[in-house]
Design a protein around this ligand. Structure first.
Ligand code: FAD
Ligand code: DHB
Length: 388
C-alpha cells in the first residue's frame, strides 16, 4: 500500500486531518486500533471554540453541528454560594462557544470520511512506524489477519496520549513536561434537561463541580474526586448528593435524571517537544494533555491539524518545507498558552488536597478579582473562547 499521509488514530485529530487533506485533494489512509462502535461511543469533550466550529464548517462537516449545537454567549463562575456570569461574547467582541459532543463530531467525521471513499480502517493491530528519519517512512500493521506495509511521505501521529507514535521518537530528542494533579473528575451523562442555560463552574469546600450539557434533554455533570478512585464506590445517589451540595444556591435546585454513563478521568498536564521528528508529526493528545477545566483538549487537537494540513498542502503542492519546519514551534506557542490557562482554571477552582487555608484565601481572592475586574474577566474570556 502507498499513500501520501499515513494517519495513525481516528479520534478528532486524525479524522479532522483526513478531511482537511481530502478537501485539498491529498491522499491519506487512517488506521485506528479500536472498533467504530467504541470510538463513536467514547464520551468526552463538549465545548468548541468559535474558530474550531468555523474550521469544521469550512471543511464540510458542520451541517448537523449547526442544527444541533448549542451556541453559548457566557459561562457562570460560582463560589462562596454566589454565581457570577462571564459574558464571553461582550468581552471578546462577539465570539461565542458551541456545546456539541465530541462523540457527535467523531460520528460526523466518520460518516464524511466513509462517503469520500478514502480508506479508514478500524480494529488494526501491531502498529509500528519505520524510517521516520528517512524520506521513505512506513507504517506496518495487521488488519483482519493480514499484515500490511503502508509506504507514505509523512506519518501523522494522531493516536492520543497512550499511542505508539510519540514513543517512536528517540528519547534523546524528546523533552517532556508533566504535572499530575491530586484529584480527578467523575463525569456523568444524565437523561434530564440541563438545570441551567449556561455552564456553571463551581468552587466548593467539598470540591469542584461543573454543570454542562449535550442537548436540551441531556445534562453532562462533573464532580472533583480523588485520583484513582473506583467508580464502584460512587453509586448514583452519592454522585447526585455531591452535585446538589456543590452546585445548589438559594433559589436554584438541580434536577436529577437517569444516569446514562459515568466514568473517572485523571487530571494531568503534559507537553512533548518538539512535535515533529523527521517525517513524523505529532498532533493532539499524542503531543499534549491539559486538565479539562479550560475545555481546551479537543480544541487544541483540531488547531494542530489545521496547521499540519496547511503545511502539508504547501509542501506536497509546491515543494516548500517552510510551514512544515515551523509546525512544531507554531503549535507549541498555542499549546503552552492553553497549558497555562488550563492549569490556572484548575488551581483556581479545585480544592487542593492539603486544604491549606492560605491557598484557599488566595483562590477566593483570585475568583473575586476575575468576576469584578473587567481586564481580569476579559483575560479569562479570551482564553476560553480561544485565539485565532
Ligand atoms: P484521541 O481522542 O485520544 O484519539 C486518538 C485515537 O487514536 C483513539 O481513537 C485511539 O483509539 C487511537 N489509537 C491509540 N493507539 C493507537 C494505535 N496504536 N494505533 C491506531 N490507533 C490508535 N477537550 C476540550 O476541548 N473540551 C472539553 O470540554 C473537554 N472535556 C473533556 C472531558 C473528559 C472527561 C475527557 C476525558 C477529555 C476532555 N477533553 C476536552 C479532551 C479531549 O477529549 C481530547 O483532548 C481529545 O479527544 C483529543 O483528540 P485526539 O484525536 O488528539 O486524541
Ligand atoms: C465539558 C467538559 C469540560 O472539560 C469543560 O471545561 C466544559 C464542559 C463537557 O463535557 O461538556
Amino acid at each position: 500500500m502507498r499513500t501520501q499521509v499515513a494517519i495513525v488514530g481516528a479520534g478528532p485529530a486524525g479524522l479532522t486531518l483526513a478531511q482537511l487533506l481530502h478537501v485539498e485533494g491529498i491522499d491519506s489512509v487512517v488506521i485506528e486500533n479500536r472498533s467504530r462502535e467504541y470510538v463513536e461511543a467514547r464520551i468526552r469533550a463538549g465545548v468548541l471554540e468559535q474558530g474550531v466550529v468555523d474550521l469544521l464548517t469550512a471543511a464540510g462537516v458542520g451541517e448537523r453541528m449547526a442544527r444541533e449545537g448549542l451556541v453559548h454567549e457566557g459561562i457562570e463562575l460560582q463560589f462562596a454560594g454566589e454565581r457570577h456570569r462571564i459574558d464571553l461574547k461582550t468581552l471578546t467582541s462577539g465570539k461565542t462557544i458551541t456545546v456539541y459532543g465530541q462523540t457527535e463530531i467523531v460520528k460526523d467525521l466518520i460518516n464524511t470520511r466513509l462517503a469520500s471513499g478514502r480508506p479508514l480502517l478500524f480494529e488494526v493491530d501491531d502498529v509500528h512506524l519505520d524510517g521516520i528519519d528517512s524520506d521513505r517512512p512506513c507504517v506496518r500493521f495487521s488488519h483482519q489477519g493480514t499484515t500490511h506495509e503502508l509506504d507514505c511521505d509523512v506519518i501523522a501521529g494522531c493516536d492520543g496520549f497512550h499511542g505508539v507514535c510519540r514513543p517512536t521518537i528517540p528519547a534523546r530528542v524528546l523533552r517532556t513536561f508533566t504535572r499530575e494533579y491530586p484529584f480527578g473528575w467523575l463525569g456523568i451523562l444524565a437523561n434530564v434537561a440541563p438545570s441551567n442555560d449556561e455552564l456553571i463552574y463551581a468552587s466548593h469546600d467539598r470540591g469542584f463541580a461543573l454543570l454542562s450539557m449535550r442537548s436540551p434533554q441531556i445534562s453532562r455533570l462533573y464532580v472533583q474526586c480523588r485520583p484513582g478512585e473506583d467508580i464502584a464506590d460512587w453509586p448514583d445517589n452519592r454522585i447526585w448528593e455531591e452535585l446538589h451540595t456543590r452546585l445548589e444556591i438559594p433559589g436554584w435546585t438541580l434536577a436529577e435524571g437517569r444516569v446514562l454513563e459515568k466514568g473517572i478521568t485523571p487530571m494531568r498536564s503534559f507537553v512533548a517537544e518538539p512535535m515533529r521528528h523527521g517525517r513524523l508529526f505529532l498532533t493532539g493528545d499524542a503531543a499534549h494533555i491539559v486538565p479539562p477545566t479550560g475545555a481546551k483538549g479537543l480544541n487544541l487537537a483540531v488547531r494542530d491539524v489545521q496547521l499540519l494540513a496547511e503545511a502539508l498542502t504547501v509542501w506536497l503542492r509546491h515543494g516548500s518545507e517552510t510551514l512544515l519546519d515551523a509546525y512544531s514551534t507554531s503549535c507549541l506557542r498555542r499549546v503552552w498558552r492553553a497549558e497555562h490557562f488550563s492549569w490556572w482554571m484548575t488551581t483556581m477552582l479545585h480544592t487542593l488536597d492539603d486544604g491549606d487555608p492560605f491557598a484557599v484565601r488566595l483562590q477566593e481572592s483570585q475568583l473575586r478579582y476575575v468576576v469584578s475586574s473587567g481586564p481580569a474577566a476579559t483575560s479569562l474570556a479570551e482564553n476560553y473562547v480561544g485565539f485565532d
